[in-house]
Design a protein around this ligand. Structure first.
Ligand code: C5P
Length: 243
């Protein structure tokens, strides 16, 4: 496989074309950002850890019958993925109140929810990824009604699988963000990444106290993310070996 020109540079990854029109080359960077890029840092080792973690999770999901764009890991910080037309949506699933949900509704972080919540944000750096409801996104033509139904059902299925995967490594999945796209044959697939950058992962502590093993450590200046990401990575590696 040959790496060709850069197609896109995001906040944490770079995407390159390859000599296969259906395959993209992804490079995970060490850059960490928060607040839509307002806070920025280079954190040695983050790119490699996220590449390893997302590879492990995509493989664990595939074993449970949930496919994704992932093809294979090709180096410490690179992987090959299927090229897709992405929905300009951040698909957010919440199991426990935290983050912007807690702020919006004045609910204490860690509060139980009566049911999981599926939310969408419109992916737009200029607009700051605003919250968008189903009617808004249908009216704007960001997805069709049929596609929205598939996206919602798949996201709930991914949530159930991820809750189970993280539970088996003593981690509570509080919430997460994923992205989806459509392949050239019209199949809707999970894409982007699933890492501690995109999930809230709380260690299952004996006393129920909150111990962040995710990017909130960086967002909120609570400490170094690397030991937390290494912890998640090694627990997932042990789980993958045991399966
Ligand atoms: O900030 P908020 O509470 O809305 O975040 C919900 C979830 O989505 C968190 O797990 C967060 O890591 C993730 N997220 C993300 N990228 C964004 C916004 C949120 O990965 N741009």
């Amino acid at each position: 496989m040959e790496k060709l020109g850069k197609l896109y540079e995001g906040k944490a990854k770079k995407l390159y074309a390859t000599n296969d029109p259906d395959v993209l080359w992804v490079e995970y960077m060490n850059q960490a950002t928060a607040g839509n890029g307002a806070k920025k840092a280079q954190i040695q080792g983050k790119g490699e850890l996220n590449n390893r973690i997302t590879t492990l999770i995509f493989k664990l999901l595939a074993k449970r019958g949930i496919p994704s764009h992932f093809i294979k890991q090709i180096s410490d910080n690179e992987q090959l993925v299927r090229k897709m037309t992405m929905f300009p949506l951040e698909i957010i699933m919440r199991n426990v109140a935290a983050g912007s949900f807690s702020k919006r509704y004045g609910v204490k972080e860690g509060s139980a929810l009566k049911q999981p919540i599926l939310e969408f944000c419109y992916k737009s750096d200029e607009l700051g990824d605003p919250f968008i409801n189903d009617d808004d996104l249908l009216a704007l033509g960001l997805a069709t009604r049929e596609q929205l139904e598939v996206i919602s059902a798949k996201t709930r299925e991914i949530n159930r699988a991820l809750i189970d995967i993280f539970k088996s490594i003593d981690v509570n999945l509080i919430d997460f963000k994923i992205e989806m796209g459509v392949t050239s044959d019209g199949t809707i697939l999970l894409a982007d990444e699933i890492t501690p950058d995109t999930c809230r992962l709380w260690n299952a502590t004996a006393d129920g106290s909150i111990e962040h093993l995710d990017k909130d450590l960086f967002r909120r200046d609570l400490g170094n993310i690397i030991p937390a990401y290494e912890d998640i990575c090694s627990r997932l590696e042990d789980l993958a070996k045991s399966k």
